[in-house]
Write a protein of this length. Structure first.
Length: 113
């Protein structure tokens, strides 16, 4: 039940968004017990950001997971997310925040996990 939402100031075409989504899907397994089976992601581009007082290529990434993980796993996924966004969008890691949220209640297909 992981969900990753990427918001970026960079304009991205559909091929780039699809590439990011595929790479994020492959990367979710860096969190123990998480797989692509229930993984969802979104890429929102052309968001107006100001960070460090300027308008550089920027990204804010939210990672929501059902349950908990470890700081070490979050660090690995953060590094991979930053690599993906640098490769695909030219967002420097120092212009990328990654927020993790551990969710206790998660519904799917008419029931609660």
């Amino acid at each position: 039940m992981p969900f990753i939402n990427v918001k970026t100031s960079v304009s991205a075409d559909e091929n780039t968004k699809t590439s990011i989504e595929k790479k994020l899907t492959e990367s979710i397994s860096l969190l123990p017990g998480k797989t692509a089976n229930y993984f969802m992601c979104a890429v929102e581009d052309n968001i107006s950001f100001m960070f460090h007082g300027d308008k550089e290529n920027t990204a804010f990434v939210e990672v929501k997971i059902f349950g908990k993980s470890t700081r070490a796993a979050y660090e690995k996924l953060t590094a991979r997310i930053c690599d993906i966004l640098k490769e695909e969008l030219g967002v420097s890691p120092e212009y990328c925040y990654v927020k993790f949220e551990e969710v206790e209640n998660w519904g799917f297909n008419g029931f609660m996990f």
